[in-house]
Design a protein. Structure first.
Lengths: 159, 397
């Protein structure tokens, strides 16, 4: 899909794309973390009408709703396409030493090369977690890497 | 009432007045800057009431207000944005300078100003108000529009050009020769470049010094550093404002975001007092005679800014309607015209004060109105999406 990126100096970045239904849509990413969705005018394609403005927090929620199912589908495809790449879930047992600590503290990727692509917490999925994400006992980490890497992550958080 | 009582009562009344004026501006859809200026004009020197008790405090606060305006401006931009703007819109920047500084300079000559004062007037008519324009684009929900990157690029280039222009002006206003001013410009250019490179190389180290979980610590460290550097640049004869701007530029992006959040309310307060203070120094009686000249200058530079925006937007390959919007959006002059006028008045060129007040009042009010009006321009019959020269905006890479 063709996405045009435009720098808005002092403001942020804008992404534009055409939808199959014929709309040209823009996403303005402001530097304070908020987002604006716009649709371009059919008569004057240079001007846009603002559809909605989302705060940083709302963006996270919307992105999760839109992104989480897509993410799992996509990495399932990925592991099929690339030989040697495996995905698995690794549980964080209650009382693990990482219970209440940040994902980055595990140094999982540095030590094993495997990536934590999502954290499953009850019914919620935290897609593409940042290193500052806090882990809780009972979480399951969705890990992509080699089999050895995944075993490594298992050893780190299981101990 | 004793001295302390008078001071507190007077300051309280001034702040309340600023509050009322700010609310009024929002209600009628105008930027607050012209109203703060107007408030200042009506009080103080030759005005309705004197504000002697707070005068020393207001003057000192106004000084810091200028520094905070420039610091926050520096914090706003990254080197990437500047180079991207320069690559794509360097000709727009030159057109902007040629079209908008020239009328100011010529008007100065016609009014019989000495040439440093003419140069100050050139700056006053040249620089659009980033504050008013950026706010306007946001209020009118134009961030998605195709002409907006061109408008923002022109603003970035103007602001960077200020870093060269202000030291030159400071030297000339202080009575320095053209050679000394040229040396000042080269020095300032060198320092800006050095700061950008240093920020790229050692920004992490600076960020480590300035970063802290506590807002209070970020505030104290960034503000302290800014005042220190501004004082030093003032001492070497450049302008203190440039020092503050450079500190803002040097702070790397993630720390800059924190600093912006923490310092913005402080900037709003101090800058409001700065605009008020500029108005206080100018006698309203002197503004009336300056009005015809200011009006003529405002008319000419509205057209020239309009052409600048038209040219810049055309470089991005947008249609006529969008070019008109870009031109109208850039018309507003505001805080930087007053910063420049303030420097000139401080250096003893007092005739600039009334002229600049009237000029900024006119364009800070007319600019936003024109920008709104441009939205009502008739839409083209035929979609112009098929223009072959439509390029993408400035790329990120």
């Amino acid at each position: 899909m063709d996405v045009t990126e435009t720098l808005l100096p002092g403001v942020g970045v804008r992404y534009e794309l055409d939808t199959a239904s014929g709309d040209r849509v823009g996403v303005v990413s402001y530097r304070d973390g908020s987002f604006e969705l716009v649709r371009y005018d059919a008569e004057d394609p240079d001007s846009s009408a603002s559809l909605l403005v989302l705060t940083a927090e709302e963006v996270d929620t919307v992105a999760e709703i839109l992104g989480a199912p897509r993410l799992t589908e996509r990495f399932a495809d990925l592991t099929r396409e690339i030989p040697g790449l495996v995905s698995a879930t690794v549980d964080i047992p209650a009382g693990s030493r990482f219970d209440g600590r940040q994902l980055g503290d595990t140094r999982a990727r540095t030590l094993t090369g495997a990536s934590v692509v999502a954290i499953v917490r009850g019914a919620d999925v935290i897609a593409s977690p940042v290193p500052q994400e806090t882990l809780l006992g009972g979480d399951a980490l969705v890990v992509v890497g080699t089999q050895a890497g995944i075993d490594g992550v298992q050893n780190i958080v299981g101990g | 009432m004793d001295e302390v009582g008078r001071f507190l009562v007077e300051l309280g009344l001034l702040l309340l007045l600023l509050g009322v004026l700010g609310t009024l501006a929002r209600t009628i859809g105008l930027p607050p800057v012209p109203l703060f200026l107007l408030g200042g004009l009506l009080l103080g020197n030759g005005g309705l009431a004197d504000v002697e008790a707070t005068a020393p405090f207001v003057e000192a606060t106004a000084e810091i207000g200028v520094l905070l305006l420039l610091l926050l401006l520096g914090l706003q931009f990254s080197a990437t944005e500047f180079t991207a703007s320069l690559k794509r819109h360097a000709p727009s920047g030159l057109v902007d300078l040629a079209l908008n500084a020239t009328p100011g300079y010529l008007a100065g000559t016609l009014l019989g100003f000495t040439w440093p004062a003419c140069l100050a007037l050139a700056g006053i008519t040249w620089i659009s108000s980033s504050g008013i324009v950026a706010r306007l684009l946001q209020d009118l929900r134009r961030m998605g529009n195709r002409e907006t990157p061109a408008v923002l690029s022109v603003l970035v280039l103007e602001d960077m050009a200020m870093a060269l222009y202000l030291p030159v002006l400071a030297v000339l206003l202080a009575g320095g020769t053209a050679e000394r001013a040229a040396i000042g410009a080269v020095l300032a250019g060198g320092v800006v470049l050095a700061v950008l490179i240093a920020a790229h190389r050692f920004g992490d180290r600076l960020a480590r010094v300035l970063r802290h979980d506590d807002d209070e610590q970020v505030l104290l460290r960034v503000l302290g550093l800014t005042l220190l550097v501004a004082g030093l640049t003032h001492q070497v004869g450049a302008s203190a404002a440039v020092g503050a701007f450079l500190v803002g530029l040097a702070i790397p992006a993630d720390t800059a975001r924190r600093a912006r959040d923490v310092l913005s309310p402080l900037r709003d307060l101090f800058a409001a007092i700065f605009f008020l203070s500029f108005g206080l120094q100018v006698a309203p009686m002197e503004v009336a005679p300056a009005l015809p000249a200011a009006l003529a200058l405002a008319l000419v530079t509205t057209v020239t800014k309009g052409l600048t925006g038209w040219y810049a937007a055309r470089r991005d390959g947008v249609g006529a309607r969008a070019r008109l919007r870009a031109g109208a959006a850039l018309v507003a002059r505001g805080e930087f015209s007053i910063v420049i006028a303030g420097l000139a008045v401080l250096a003893g060129y007092e005739r600039i004060g009334p002229l600049a007040s009237a000029y900024v009042l006119l364009l800070a009010i007319a600019g936003p109105m024109l920008a709104r009006l441009a939205d009502r321009a008739p839409k083209p019959r035929q979609p112009i999406a098929a223009l072959p020269d439509r390029g993408p905006g400035p790329g990120l890479a």
